[in-house]
Design a binder for this molecule. Structure first.
Ligand code: 4AD
Ligand code: MG
Length: 431
């Protein structure tokens, strides 16, 4: 017999089918037992009627514990009040795997307890909805760049040097070659690849030994990084806004049901349309001052500052031209004002903070060497990267979008720990 999944049962009304899954919940009332079966595609109410099934099977249902796995055969009946519009009248039931007392019950649990049981917590309706949205976001990201003629280029995870500052590097011994570091960003390799294929993106896990215990920091997170030859900062912002609109609108259309499960306010996502506002760092500082924040030009924005700035808008805001002192070595300075870098951060609304960081890159080898020295980075570690400026250097730009912060924002979650199947944070590396 074909495997049939719960979300297909509407096509089988009146027919006899077998479905397999896990017990989510059960109720009983006199000669009736209601088993709620979950198979990953949906939830199905299975009705077990005394006298219709064998005594043994009826007895079973009273012993079945939450998360026991079983297969159930019966007739599909239309039932508009039931979750998928159908229910199953059971004829036969076979246990596949008995469950012990399941640690996660419908009562409230503390988040540390749930994180310790993350391998089981994933089975909950809410976590499964988040993972489906995450999957759809990742697919939308890839579709967007693939449809625009970008080539996916995989960058290495073990790298010889830093990309985003030396304070958040994870290091490991690398045979006779000294230290290797887990990549903080695939950007430098994306730049090399863009010089080969024009428009590229890297998409993979990245690592930061972040000491911060905030709701937006993971030590391992996924980042997509497009890089485009012959693109300046404005082109970069055009790409970022088209990209964000596509991702949000696609997820809204394709995973509305999950967003509703998560009780997300959909109107907040509907407004994510081009054009996105573009303001300079200077203008952002002005906004802070108007809102009574005591902020000194030259500092980086903290989480609270980002919230104050983004609260002025109903969609993500692009903040460009940050002080070069607080930005990475590879960013090009603005020829019209060398105090600022041709950088852009995209701040998500509703206090979700920075989801994209990007810039136009320094294409001049002398200026790049000065920057490297200014950041106390060793020139010899970047020999190959400097080559890109020796052999037909061109203006180019790109950005990086953090997947988990994006999932957190789109789902309306209050912490990134729920946005990735198995989160890694400063104080957690299990399960
Ligand atoms: O702003 P960041 O550090 O930029 C880069 O890594 C550039 N090389 C990107 C590029 O231009 N190709 O990081 C980019 C994004 C941030 O905006 C944020 O969404 C995410 O990566 N991010 C983190 N997400 C979760 N936990 C962390 N510790 C993160 N650090 C950065
Ligand atoms: Mg950044």
């Amino acid at each position: 017999m074909n495997k049939i999944y719960i979300n297909e049962l509407k096509q089988y009304v009146g027919q006899e089918v077998t479905v397999r899954g896990w017990l989510d919940n059960k109720r009983s009332s006199g000669k009736l037992r209601f088993l709620i079966l979950r198979d990953g595609t949906g939830y199905l109410q299975c009705i077990v009627i005394k006298n219709i099934v064998s005594e043994e099977i009826f007895g079973f249902t009273d012993e079945l514990k939450q998360e026991s796995s079983f297969s159930v055969t019966g007739t599909v009946r239309e039932e508009l009040r039931a979750p998928g519009g159908v229910e199953l009248e059971v004829k036969d039931l076979k246990i596949i795997g008995i469950s012990e007392d399941y640690p996660i019950s419908p009562k409230e649990h503390g988040v540390e307890f749930l994180l310790d049981h993350r391998h089981l917590w994933l089975r909950s309706k809410r976590q499964a909805a988040i993972l489906r949205v995450r999957h759809r976001i990742i697919k939308a990201i890839r579709d967007f760049f693939d449809n625009k003629g970008f080539t996916l280029v995989d960058s290495p995870i073990l790298t010889p040097s830093a990309c985003e500052g030396t304070s958040t590097l994870f290091e490991t011994d690398y045979f006779d070659l000294g230290k290797a570091y887990l990549t903080q960003s695939g950007q430098l390799y994306a730049e090399a690849s863009a010089m080969a294929m024009g428009k590229v993106y890297t998409f993979g896990p990245t690592f930061r030994a972040e000491k911060s215990k905030t709701r937006r920091h993971l030590t391992e997170f996924w980042m997509v990084e497009p890089e485009v030859a012959f693109a300046d900062l404005n082109d970069d912002m055009d790409l970022a806004e088209e990209f964000l609109e596509y991702v949000v609108q696609t997820v809204l259309k394709e995973r509305e049901e999950d967003l509703i499960t998560l009780e997300r306010d959909l109107t907040k996502l509907q407004s994510v349309k081009r054009p996105l506002p573009r303001i300079s760092y200077d203008e952002a500082v002005e906004i802070l001052k108007q809102n009574g924040v005591d902020f000194e030009w030259g500092n980086d924005f903290g989480a609270a500052d980002e919230t104050t700035i983004s609260n002025q808008f109903d969609r993500p805001v692009m903040v460009h031209r940050y002080p070069s002192e607080i930005k990475a070595f590879y960013m090009k300075r603005d020829p019209e004002n060398p105090k600022v870098a041709l950088a852009v951060d995209v701040l998500a609304p509703e206090g979700y903070g920075e989801i994209i960081g990007g810039s136009q890159r320094e294409e001049d080898i002398e200026l790049l060497l000065t920057r490297l020295r200014g950041h106390n980075l060793k020139e010899e570690d970047f020999d190959w990267y400097l080559d890109l400026r020796k052999y037909g250097s061109v203006p180019h730009s790109g950005f990086g979008l953090g997947v988990e912060r994006t999932v957190g924002w789109i789902c309306g979650l209050d912490h990134v720990r729920e946005t990735i199947p198995f989160p890694r944070m400063i104080y957690r590396k299990t399960p």
